[in-house]
Design a protein around this ligand. Structure first.
Ligand code: HDD
Length: 634
């Protein structure tokens, strides 16, 4: 970890302190009431009785342990139960607090209080990867989760999205199957963190609606440098409701102010071996150093005419994306993450997000993926916390007052007063809101259904959407994506699964793509011309926004928080070089690591913070060898 602490120390001097001054601190104050500082305190039992629990109570120095050792028993009983079930997906994650600031008065769209003029709300965001379990690598190729809880004055608003814009399925009924298929194979117990295996591709073969999403993840978008440089996508269409009861449909996005940055696959794979916590360390250190990542909250707006269609795009099929060129997003506000958690278990681990946590002014549409999500997160939260009282934990508790008759259960923390626990009541207790106190579930103009009851499967040109994405990539990005398909399919032991993916999915997307992948994995190549063919030489799309990593897209807007390593030695890169280098880097908030054969002060007087044995070029965005010229270069 040493190699990161140096970069932290240097960045700390560069911190910009960008937090707005008028931030409400209600959540911080609420959390402070629950903080417990045990520093320097005498060890006691839960019963507050001082106890030496480092040594067992025994019948003599060579005798048996005594049952009477209640203090060590209490310690052990607690320890045996320290773990709670990990999240069934997105188990591996980390998070930070921050603030959401509304850019203006959006009351024309929504009554959501966090989107009104001058509204600044505290927030917590958790980043995650879908497939690995706790303790796995977060640097692998995967979909990254981006979940935010806005502690607004009118209740908690959760925005639970992913870093790419679509999804693998469009009906929540198939979610357990998707996750079974991508997690480790039931009989083998591997692979534990990736989709390069047969059950995953067997599933993908049978769910063509995920072809576009999978191509996103297999492009370089699937291997971001870190999470400060990823986007967030709400994926579903949601509904805004304003105070007049008017509905506007929207899709939401977090757009990183730092821009997008990805690695290449070889780097990612090596980085996992060198440090599988690179991503969370990067986030932690930058926040600690005062370099706060920011994302603008942007929405695509669609009129709600009851059809859930927009220029031919189906808004209730979550796997269908609407390109930004067709409907440019408008920016409504900004999220800044500026405070690391105090306690990993109590905060990033215990935080519970749910798409069902919305405030008045935000509701839903009849999208069958979203509809199941509205149930599943509350359910899994109850399971993970072992109690329906999980939402009362410090990190989950709203700052807005909450009052209800959800009573009792494991770990109920409150001492509710009064006798009535039913609503409505005439004898005193929680009262029902009046019609004008809540707009919850009032979705103006919406009908509950429009056809015969049945089990339906959405129809769409799935391969066409993936083809548009393929067409948006330049030739280098396409090669990387071909390599990724080859890696994935090349690791599948059942040739029929591979052949089917090549023939049915890839060849329906693009004949050239299918042939290239098939060639690399020893599958039969589909005949030339047997599938559609995109221009092979370069990006040919009316929708360049689909692949924002192409050069020239201006996505890499800032170098803030990147790190340069200089290689130093007793006689190499001296104090004068250091003096020349620092202003160049600090002007851009770029950190510096000094790497030498050994850590410590070198003969030149420069201090090395990392050595060749503790670090790797993979941890840096650039490595500098040599001296800084004293005269400008010609
Ligand atoms: Fe999910 C966690 C994102 C579909 C069921 N999901 C979870 C997290 C993210 C997402 C970011 C981690 C939250 C955290 O940090 O605690 N999930 C998505 C997105 C989806 C999606 C963007 C599609 C648009 N998810 C989805 C479906 C279902 C679930 C269709 C079930 C019907 N997701 C869950 C879950 C998790 C979860 C099992 C595991 C832990 C948790 O909820 O709290 O309930």
């Amino acid at each position: 970890m040493r190699h990161f602490s140096i970069f932290l120390a240097i960045l700390a001097r560069l911190g910009s302190g960008v937090v707005a001054q008028n931030v409400a601190n209600q959540k911080i104050e609420q959390l402070q009431a629950d903080m417990k500082d045990t520093n320097g305190q005498i060890d006691t039992t839960d019963n507050a009785v001082p106890a030496n629990t480092s040594n067992s109570l025994r019948a003599g120095p060579r005798g048996y342990n005594l049952l009477e050792d209640t203090s060590v028993r209490k310690k052990m009983i607690h320890f045996d139960r320290e773990r709670v079930p990990e999240r069934v997906v997105h188990a591996l994650g980390h998070g930070a607090y921050g603030q959401f600031e509304s850019y203006g008065d959006w009351s024309n769209l929504t009554m959501a209080c966090w989107l009104q003029e001058g509204a600044v709300s505290e927030a917590f965001t958790r980043f995650s990867v879908v497939v690995p379990s706790m303790g796995g690598s977060e640097n692998g190729r995967d979909t990254h989760g981006f979940a935010t809880k806005i502690y607004s004055q009118c209740g908690n608003q959760d925005l639970v999205g992913n870093h790419v814009s679509s999804f693998f399925i469009d009906d929540g009924a198939a979610f357990p199957d998707l996750i079974h298929a991508v997690k480790y194979e039931a009989n083998k117990g591997f692979p534990t963190a990736g989709t390069a295996h047969e059950t995953a591709y067997d599933f993908f073969n049978l769910h063509p609606e995920g072809a576009f999403q999978l191509m996103n993840v297999l492009s370089d978008l699937g291997i971001p440098r870190d999470v400060r440089h990823i986007a967030g996508n709400g994926i579903h269409t949601y509904r805004f409701i304003n105070a007049q009861g008017n509905s506007t449909l929207f899709k939401w996005y977090w757009q990183p102010v730092l821009g997008l940055r990805s690695l290449i696959y070889d780097e990612t794979q090596k980085l996992q071996g060198k440090n599988n916590n690179f991503i969370r360390i990067d986030m932690y250190n930058n926040i600690a150093a005062g370099i706060y990542p920011e994302w603008e909250f942007a929405v695509q707006l669609f009129p709600d005419d009851g059809t859930y269609m927009y220029q031919g795009y189906d808004l209730i099929i979550p796997t269908v994306i609407v390109p930004f060129e067709v409907n440019p997003p408008i920016k409504l506000g900004k999220l800044t993450l500026n405070r690391n958690p105090t306690n990993f278990f109590a905060e990033p681990e215990s935080v519970s997000f749910a798409p069902s946590n919305v405030v008045d002014g935000v509701t839903f549409v009849p999208d069958p993926l979203l509809q199941w999500r509205l149930m599943a997160y509350d359910d899994t939260t109850t399971h993970r916390h072992g109690s329906p009282n999980g939402y009362t934990l410090p990190v989950n508790r709203p700052i807005a007052p909450f009052n209800n008759n959800y009573r009792d259960g494991y770990m109920q923390p409150y001492l509710y007063e009064g006798d009535s626990t039913s609503t409505p009541n005439d004898i005193g207790g929680v009262q029902e809101p009046s019609q004008n106190q809540t707009l919850e579930y009032i979705t103006a103009g919406a009908t509950a259904g429009s056809g015969p009851i049945g089990r339906y499967r959405a129809q769409y040109d799935w391969y066409g959407q993936a083809r548009t994405f393929w067409g948006a990539m330049d030739i280098y990005a396409r090669q990387h994506t071909v390599d990724a398909y080859r890696f994935e399919l090349g690791n599948i032991g059942v040739p029929a699964v591979v052949q089917r993916y090549v023939d049915q999915t890839l060849n329906n997307i693009d004949n050239c793509l299918a042939r290239r992948v098939a060639y690399g994995v020893g599958a039969e190549m589909p005949a030339i011309g047997s599938g559609p063919t995109t221009n092979v030489t370069n990006s040919t799309t009316p929708y360049p926004s689909l692949y924002p990593l192409n050069p020239g897209q201006e996505t890499n807007k800032s170098n803030a928080g990147l790190t340069v390593a200089v290689v130093a030695g007793d006689n190499m890169f001296g104090p004068a070089d250091m003096q020349a280098m620092m202003p160049l880097l600090s002007a851009q908030q770029v950190g510096l690591a000094v790497v030498a054969p050994r850590i410590g002060t070198l003969q030149s007087g420069v201090t090395a913070n990392a050595s060749f044995t503790t670090t790797s070029n993979l941890f840096y965005d650039a490595v500098f060898f040599g001296s800084i010229p004293t005269r400008p270069l010609r």
